[in-house]
Design a protein around this ligand. Sequence first.
Ligand code: 5AD
Ligand code: SF4
Length: 505
Amino acid sequence: MTSRAILSYMSGVPQLVPEDGAQKTFYLETFGCQMNVHDSEKVIGTLVQQGYRQVETVEQAGLILYNTCSIRDKAEQKVFHRLADHKKLQAQGKKFGVLGCVAQQEGEKIFERAPHVSLVCGSASYQNLPQMLVELEGVVAREIPRPAGKGAGLRDDASLKGAGWLTTEGKREGRKREAGSLIRITGLDDRQTDKCFETEFTARSNPHRGYITIIEGCDKFCAYCVVPFTRGKERSRTSESVLAEARQMADLGYSEIQLLGQNVNSYKDPAGGFGKKRSFAELLAAVGEVPGIKRVRFTTSHPRDFGRDIVEAIDAVPALCDHVHLPVQSGSTRVLDAMQRLYSREQYLERIAWIKAAKRDIAITTDTIVGFPGETEADFAETLSLLDLVGYDSVFTFKYSPRPNTPSLALEDAIPDDEKARRLEVLMIRQREIQKKRYQNYVGAIVEVMVEGFNEARAQWIGRSSQNKTLNFTAPAPAALKAGQYAQVRVTTSFPNSLLGELVL
Ligand code: 5AD
Ligand code: SF4
């Protein structure tokens, strides 16, 4: 950086502020899953540490970033709509960056479709963001060495194809940049990395409840899923590093931790030397035993790798929440085979039986896809009957969407959209009835909630139970509740998606 900077603190993240007060600003919008939400918290921390200030509107920002999702076509299109909507702002000198799964999937094609974009960076390359930001700002036009592997920093135009984590249009571009032309930087070549995006600068948005990534990437290659192609190969953090972060969060006042990974059950502790090697269930238990941590959640589990030891850990450690999210995708073994899910309906139901045999009442939630290529009425009926057998607490249902690079792209997407929509609706109606009954069981019970806030319009507090159910409740006027506090609530009324109750004094 050319201008001198002083160190200040904002949201607990050390921040570089230029002495001339002309602080760089960024706007970041996040699409997609919790992994993306948490990646954004780390990206924000990194930017703030690099001297940027986060602003709330595109108009206020010098740098506009989208952290994108490509799980379904609809999600992918969102970013291109946003980029088109704001294209004219480029004339004001604003820079645009695309991060995350669409960035990784589309790569340099994004520059063709949205020529006003300067930065395209997949999640496996976030480690390199600080260097990319320096280059993006064009503060210094210099050779930046690549940290490892092939390729160099600044390249000339001829070497651009297949370039690495940092590419610009060469030294010539450095000069062109002075004349006001666009700089183009990509971080796309790190999907084979062994490293997770670990940073001490994480700008968590909630002061009570926070995410910790334990494993990144995915090696499962389900036929429909784009994630292995966008997030790269599976790599785990050491359990010591996860536990250190959990302890640090507890010290900062967090009481709920959610462990994240595309497939937390295939967690493999890379600890060597004197570090203790823990299984996922052991890590889960150890996080649950960190003093100050009252609740631990984890997502997402792959049924193939879901072991009985996880249920035993939930039974043994009170801080582990009464909730397992176990995506089934289909109730038909035939469709599961075509999806390359690596388990049958019976094996899935065996895992459900383990969960139901626990001493605690563990809520079970799932994801399903309707209209996967070749799914017949009979296959679909098996998904419906599985819903009845399991009695899920909540189901997320999606219409099959063909995705680039995935094995199922080779299968004809023959089920028309209106038939997928019909199956989706039938499934949701069936599940609504299941949930109605399931939620009724809680009427009269006393449930502990973490207070999330107050709904002024309804004059109700909003809380969340260990089972991850929303519990709205009333409290006598003087009850001074605060977000992050735990409270006992008596359930008085049930709905298909939430409970209503009153504070127990
Ligand atoms: N089409 C529809 N749904 C999908 N999911 C993943 N890939 C696709 C796809 N191509 C769903 C799965 C997954 C959830 C996060 O998104 O159900 O568990
Ligand atoms: Fe979307 Fe999957 Fe990427 Fe998450 S990992 S942002 S769900 S594509």
